[in-house]
Design a protein around this ligand. Structure first.
Ligand SMILES: *Cc1c(COP(=O)(O)O)cnc(C)c1O
Length: 395
């Protein structure tokens, strides 16, 4: 039986991929907390293994709760299929390893998540799969960076923590001409703010730990793309490396997803107000927020993002000590890495997420010692502003 499909994003968040009738009328998808599935006969087991009959075999190869989430995520990112993993990095590594072989080259945006950087380094050293970084600002720049052995273009936008953007439509156009698929880490936007597949890209990866889960209580990842790519990943790195999601974590994500649209609207509204407030403050040297008209990539944000997002970076007038004093004085805002939670979180890239990057490279990336990254939560924005205000008074 073909399941009903939904058109509007907000309805998909709540209903796509699930039919209560198939599950005793249970309003909420059940958690299929089972490692394996019994076969009625030996012959049925044989048919399942030879793909003559559809059905579940073993939870590493497929689980009903996880499948509901996969169907929902595929619909939200306008892809044909999705696969879920135990972490964002399990999703990123399963994708990059499944789709490359020795001798291949991956072209990456100028900034990528720290552990993705580590993975690329490992792939180069252990398996001879090389990579380069490009700021991807123009078509010419991108064309120049593509090598004959480039098999994938890997993009993160907005780039953490400087909030630089990459024009996904432009990258997709160049990549199509060259027949190179584009993989996008869409974690900072969530499917509510940006849909890379609709812009011509091929594969989307998410750390579902962030906005998709949205409540800071689960670590998980998702990959979305066409059936062919997803089958390749499912039959290789997902099945044989095995970083699958647990049914309970899939259930937590299904629960978190329902409020994604309303949460994102609030994250974005709060961020916009705080970004304006920070910009006007005398102790703040610079604010990096793609919703500001003076941001270098404001036009790209307008073009490809529904709203400028819930992440702000800002630099204080001062040094590392200034930044650390400010953080220690905060009372409501929590000092923590990660993002996309209901709680507003602040971190110090130079000594935390980007501590492994040498100071000189950090400065080239625009990460000075007084730069702070704020994941704006769902609290009253006035309370957040007041907390920042009282902490700034003390530096
Ligand atoms: C957090 C994050 C990851 C890694 O996800 P985990 O769930 O922590 O493994 C990858 N990319 C981006 C942009 C992230 O923010």
């Amino acid at each position: 039986m073909e399941r009903k499909k939904f058109v509007n994003f907000e309805t998909k968040l709540i209903h796509e991929g699930y039919d209560a009738e198939q599950y005793c009328g249970s309003l909420i998808p059940p958690i299929f907390q089972t490692s394996t599935f019994t076969f009625e006969t030996a012959q049925q087991g044989e048919r399942r293994f030879t793909n003559e009959e559809e059905g579940y075999i073993y939870s590493r190869l497929g689980n009903p709760t996880v499948n509901i989430l996969e169907e929902r995520m595929a619909a939200l990112e306008y892809g044909e299929a999705a696969l879920c993993f135990s972490s964002g990095m399990a999703a990123v590594s399963a994708t990059l390893i499944a789709l490359t072989k020795t001798g291949d080259h991956i072209l990456c945006s100028q900034g990528v998540y720290g552990c993705t950087f580590g993975l690329l380094q490992m792939m180069k050293e252990k398996y001879g799969i090389s990579h380069d970084f490009s700021s991807m600002e123009t078509k010419a720049q991108l064309l120049e960076a593509i090598k004959p052995e480039t098999v994938y273009i890997y993009v993160e936008t907005p780039i953490n923590p400087t909030m630089k953007l990459v024009d996904l439509q432009m990258v997709a156009e160049v990549a199509k001409e060259r027949g190179i698929p584009v993989v996008v880490d869409n974690t900072f936007c969530s499917p509510y703010l940006q849909n890379p597949i609709s812009l011509g890209c091929d594969v989307v990866v998410h750390s579902a730990t962030k906005y998709i889960g949205g409540h800071g209580d689960v670590i998980a990842g998702v990959v979305i793309g066409n059936k062919e790519f997803m089958k390749k990943i499912a039959m290789t790195t997902q099945k044989d490396v095995g970083g699958i999601i647990s049914p309970f974590d899939a259930w937590l994500l299904l629960r978190g997803l329902k409020s994604l649209a309303v949460r994102m609207d609030r994250h974005c509204d709060n961020a916009e107000k705080l970004a304006d407030y920070l910009l006007s403050h005398l102790k703040v040297r610079e604010v990096y927020y793609p919703g500001h008209t003076h941001h270098s990539d404001f036009a790209i944000a307008e073009k490809q993002m529904k709203k400028p997002g819930g992440m702000i970076s800002f630099s204080l007038k001062g040094d590392k000590e200034t930044a650390q004093t400010f953080m220690n004085e905060l009372k409501l805002i929590k000092i923590a890495v990660s993002l996309g939670d209901a709680e507003t979180l602040i971190q110090h890239p130079a000594t935390m997420t980007h501590a492994v990057v040498p100071k000189e490279s950090r400065e080239k990336m625009g990460i000075d010692d007084a730069l702070l990254r704020l994941s704006v939560g769902l609290e009253s924005w006035e309370d957040l502003r007041d907390d920042i205000e009282q902490a700034l008074e003390k530096v």
